[in-house]
Design a protein. Structure first.
Length: 147
C-alpha cells in the first residue's frame, strides 16, 4: 500500500509551514521551492487544507500561507484522511457489503488490523513531532548516509 503524492506532498508542505510557525506568512512559491514540489500541484493541494482550516491563505502582494493552529494540535491522521480519504487497506473494511465473503474472511481481519495500526501511528503523530524529527535529521550530530 502506498500513499499518493497528495498525502506525501501535502505533509511536506505542512511540515514546512510548521517549521516556520510564528513567522509571517510564507509565500507558496517558497514552500514549493524548498520542498521541490511544482507550484501548480501545490496550489491544488492547498484548497482542501484551507477548507479544513488547517492553514490560512492570505491574499495580496505580501500574501502566502500560515498554519491556522499550533503544530502540536494538527494530527497526521487528520492530514492523511483529509488528503487521501479513510486509511483502510481494502474497501471491505468500511463497507463489508462490497464483498460476499466479508462475514467469514480471515484475510479481512488482518487488513482491518493493518488499518487500525496505521491509524494509531498517524493519530499519535503531530506536526510538532515531525518538526522535531526533521530538526534531529538536520542537526550536525545526525549521521548522514549517502547512496
Amino acid at each position: 500500500m502506498k500513499l499518493s503524492t497528495r498525502a506525501r506532498y501535502g505533509t511536506r508542505a505542512l511540515l514546512d509551514l510548521a517549521q516556520h510557525y510564528g513567522d509571517q506568512v510564507i509565500p507558496l512559491k517558497d514552500i514549493a521551492r524548498r520542498q521541490e514540489i511544482s507550484l501548480p500541484y501545490l496550489e491544488h493541494l492547498v484548497g482542501p487544507l484551507v477548507d479544513a482550516k488547517l492553514i490560512q491563505s492570505i491574499r495580496g502582494a505580501r500574501g502566502g500561507l500560515k498554519l491556522a493552529k499550533s503544530p502540536d494540535r494538527i494530527r497526521m491522521s487528520e492530514v492523511v484522511c483529509l488528503l487521501e480519504g479513510p486509511i483502510e487497506p481494502v474497501d471491505c473494511i468500511q463497507s463489508p457489503d462490497k464483498c460476499d465473503r466479508a462475514k467469514f474472511c480471515a484475510t479481512r481481519d488482518i487488513w482491518g488490523d493493518l488499518g487500525r495500526a496505521m491509524n494509531e501511528v498517524l493519530e499519535q503523530t503531530t506536526l510538532a513531532d515531525l518538526v522535531r524529527r526533521q530538526e534531529a535529521k538536520l542537526s550536525p550530530d545526525a549521521e548522514m548516509y549517502y547512496i
